[in-house]
Design a protein around this ligand. Sequence first.
Ligand code: FAD
Length: 443
Amino acid sequence: MVQSLTVAVIGAGVAGLCAARELLREGHTVVVFEKSDQIGGTWRYDPRTDSDPIGIDPTREVVHGSLYLSLRTNLPRQLMGFLDYPFPENRENGDPRAFPGHEEVLWFLNKFADDFGIRELIRFNREVLRIERVDGRNDKWIIESKSHDGGGDSLFQEFFQAVVVCSGHFTEPRIAQIPGIEKWSGYQIHSHNYRVPEPFRNQSVVVIGFGPSAFDISRDIATVAKEIHISTRTPNVKTMKLANHDSIWQHPMVKCVSEDGLIVFEDGSSVSADAICFCTGYKYNYPFLNTNGIVTIDDNRVGPLYKHVFPPALAPWLSFIGIFEKGIIFQILELQSKWVARVLSGKVVIPTEKEMTKYVEEYYQKLEKLGIPKHFTHYLHFEEVGYSQWLAEESGLPPADEWRERMYAETIKKVRNMEDGYRDQWDNAYWETIIKSESSHKI
Ligand code: FAD
């Protein structure tokens, strides 16, 4: 039987917008709670930063966004859209580059929200403070929210049959533990609070991390700094100056730091630095969610979650969209949303609680066997392609075009190899041929 439910969506970033669109399509009644006054979440550049630049003081004022001013997407524009709503090839009178700037992504998301009537469903300036089951019933949830609309704070309590959590996970910094850091006298900042290079002019800066943010931020800071030293835990990294850069070095992990500003790396090399920028990732954080211990966060594992979405004991009434890491993000958010919306309407059936729990346990065992640490639970390590296809199949959709996964793999190779300038050397003409030839095969 097809059913229509009242559903609360928490957050109006990409995940929340996708969820709202798919829930609407399935005939559900949707309310989106958004603590800020705009849509876009991560893609809303915010020049403000947390009051504690390293983000460890629990009493600090927190800013949601983590974008730096110079950020361009790390996936080409063909992978920054949705399956049935592509990212424009190049915005009218706009940016012809294959990897657009963040402003264009925000523009695209606003257009998406308007084209599908999502804006009207959003309660802006409404921060969700508490989500909890009522009387232990899985199909009745209380949402307590606070309004920050300038007319004084007011508290609201509303009831929904289902809740979809889309609150993002790039706000709470994760910091590397470094012996001696409590006495180190230099400046420390997490990439969450990095915006522009100017504060690092003429400084010697150590950037810890090897992901896309470390790659971009090191190059951004290098435009003004004296020296950049990238430190990574990737095995077999030797201290050396990077080719094509006068002022960027790479090193193995930091071994320790000392009061006089010296930073010592595992291979015995050392530098005297003015600042450390931690590009060491983020922690999941759901301070508003009370499930009486059914859903927990343990070393960055949110669980148990069937397929990174449904906690078996609360499914399908509580779900999470966007917890996974890596992959063609917009596409997967869209597919997760379709799956959740169809499960809630009863068109798609999920396994029993027992079966889902067993699946999760087996998944954890598989990770352990492969030696993948717990904090990588939600990385789509060995299911990048399979996960998207599985979601599509589960939702009764045809698989996404094959060129998408190939284009993704090609981009990731360039990011992993730290290929400088990969965004501007991208051969768009080549990909256009591939895309067109595959489309014509399909016709
Ligand atoms: P978010 O965008 O974080 O949105 C969450 C929303 O929930 C926010 O609007 C927030 O205000 C709201 N919210 C949170 N808590 C509450 C609450 N209690 N009450 C009410 N509202 C709340 N992805 C790509 O595909 N390509 C890229 O190039 C790329 N680059 C990135 C670069 C950086 C620096 C970062 C941090 C991420 C990047 N990503 C990229 C990943 C990016 O996070 C996703 O593309 C996407 O924005 C995730 O959307 P989301 O809706 O899950 O979360």
